[in-house]
Design a protein around this ligand. Sequence first.
Ligand code: 13P
Length: 256
Amino acid sequence: MARKSLIIGNWKMNLTHLEAIAVTQRLWYRLNPADFDRADVVIAPPFTCLRTIQTLIMADRMPFGLGAQHVHWEREGAFTGEVSAGMLAKLDVGYVIVGHSERRAMFGETDELARKRVRAVLSAGMTPVVCVGETLSERESGETEMVVTTQLRGALRRLTAEQRASVVVAYEPVWAIGTGRHALPDDAGGVCELLRNTVLAMGGPEAGEAVRILYGGSVNPGNIAAFIAKTHIDGALVGGASLDPDTFAAVVRYWM
Ligand code: 13P
C-alpha cells in the first residue's frame, strides 16, 4: 500500500491573518493539480488565521489541508487561553500538531499531556501530528533511539490499532530545528524506520504500514528530495521555509 506524501507548513507564531491571505494565495498560484496528486499539502497557521484561511480555501476550492499548532484535551470549560478539538474541527481543521519540541521546552509539554491531546484530536475526527525528537546532548550521549521511542510510546498509549494507524508521526531532531543544520537523510531514515517499527509493535503490521512519518528540521527546497527518497520518510514538517510562498512551493514541488 503506497503512502501519499504529506507536507505540512508549520508557521509557528508568524503572520497576521491579513499576511496569511497573501501567502496562501501566492502559494496556490505557484502549485498545479499534479502537485496535489503527489502530496497532501497542509498549512498550520496560528489560531488567529484559521477562520480566514478556512474561508479562503473553501471559496477558491484550494486543495490545501488546514492544520492547528496546539489544542486542549478538554471539551470546554474554564481553561483561559485554550482552544478545544471540537472548536478546531468546526473550522475544518484536519491536522493538529502535538508534542512539538518548542512546546516541550517552553510550555511544559510532557508525553502524558501529548497523549491526552492525541485522544482529543482523534475523538474530534482529526489527525494528530505527533512530534518526537532528541536534543543535541541526548544525541551526543547515544540516547536518540531511547528518547524518540519513549516519546512515541507515551503519546500512543491506550489507543486502538486503528487509531494508531491514523496518526502522523514527525521526527524532528531538536538540534536541527531553525538552525539550518538538517539531519543526514540516512540517519533520519533510520530513526523513522525505528518509529515505524514502534507503531508496528504497538498497533500491528497494518498500523505500521499505514502510518505516515515525516522529517522536520531545517527542511528546504534543496534537501527535501533526499529525505522523501527514504523508504520510511513520507513527507516533511516545514517551519521557516513554509513562510515564503516561493520557497514553500519549491519544497512541495521537490519532484520537479
Ligand atoms: P524549521 O523548518 O524552521 O527548522 O522548523 C522545523 C519545525 O519545527 C517544524 O515544526
